[in-house]
Design a protein. Sequence first.
Lengths: 259, 265
Amino acid sequence: MGNNTSFWSKAWPPLVTLAGVIACWQAAVTWGGIDQWMLPSPLSIVQEAIRIWPRLLMHMRATVQLTLFGFVGGSAVGFVLAALLHLIPGMRRAFYPLIVLSQSIPIIAIAPILTMFFGYGLLPKVMLVVMVCFFPVAIAMLSGLSNPDAQLRNYLQMIGIGKWQMFWRLELPHAIVHLFSGLKIAASYSVLSAIVAEWIGSNRGLGYFMILSFKGFMPDRVFAAVIIIVLFSLLLFAIVALAERLIIRWQPASDQHTK
Amino acid sequence: MTINKDGNRSETLRVQGIRKDFGKGASRKEVLGGITLSVADGEFVSIVGPSGSGKSTLFQVIGGLQKPSEGNIWINGEQTTGERGHISYMPQQSALLPWLTVTGNIELSLTISGVDRQEAKQKTKEWLERIGLDEYGNAFPHVLSGGMLQRVSFLRALLAPQRLMLLDEPFGALDALTRLHMQQWLMSIWEQNRRSVLLVTHSIEEALFLSDRIIVLSAAPAVVLDEFQVPFQRPRSEALWTDPRFNEMKQQIYELLKVGVRTGG
């Protein structure tokens, strides 16, 4: 109850600001003399979106599918990679610098290569999203695994815990808090990279639809696609944040607020 | 209490000539300078010493986390030097896993210590009720006070099947009043459930109140300066604090510690 009240008391100022911005935008287009083909009004964007809703929905489905495959796949790769590098002696030192280095490769530059090898299907695009997503997850997870509480570690060693139990009972639960900060970054990245993948080589998805509408001089459709992408990105982030709250129940409430 | 063939109380712990150095060459630092001590079955022994006298290192050697440079550890007549899993342990900070409930924490420690899951469950439930913390069984540790956390931490060590309990300044982080309560609480539970205990503490009063015997260590490199039998009858109560003999012994140990600081490294 108290939680709800505090949520609304925090949420209404930005919501009012947002409503104000949209109202100004509408006014600028209606009375301010800005041409519709340069900047469509919010109202016309919504009208257009409703008119072509079935098509939008079809493209949306493709984007959601690509994003989720990539996000789940990338997170799984990041998680397993971090666990392996942590558990197998020497692996961390051999691979960690290379993984960090791999991030200086611009992913957009790889996309055409993937398309060249794997064609226009789902696979090369999912691979691209996976390549973008695994990194924040792996890095966050590794940092969580490497420095759990020294006192807890000492206690468990004193009573004779084994290496595997140490991983399952101390290192992994400790890393979960870090893991979720990696997952949140990966969630935003996954939408972003899915759109880019659709720009480069696709025949459906919101990214493809945007390019098509842009070339056809239909700015209201471009804006409609952008708004849907933003909403989807926010939704995905919210789902990860909700999962975090459900899973990490042990932290004192004050800690969660300061984060 | 088990009696061995010589008619003596058998030894739960024997620390034989333990030396421990850290570092090599010129930066070599000797922390333990040859320590020999023992804890008989069912005996409560305290170690007092100036801070930095390597008491934590000694515990890590007994627990098998550190290999001694010289000397050996026997637990229940078995040579266990460098082996883990022969002791139960209560650290200064309660060291409860924050993602497990109170019950979950106790059960986990018991299963690591070799108790089977079903028995651990049943024991935990029974004892949480006995010490009046059953309503906190499903709570996460962060909602408990410092005193309650240390009760849980002590219970966790007490219920483990290992004969020897190492208590590492268990009340060091508590305020003075809570500390006195906790000493009495621990005393009454221990007097009804005798185990072999080795306690490290900074407080001479705490050592006198709780133990059968007190071992005084010097500053690093630590050696045993002297041992005192504590003559007070059990069960003990807070009336002891005003006993003249209590204060006399306190003074005696205090004097010894002062000398120990001066002569030690």
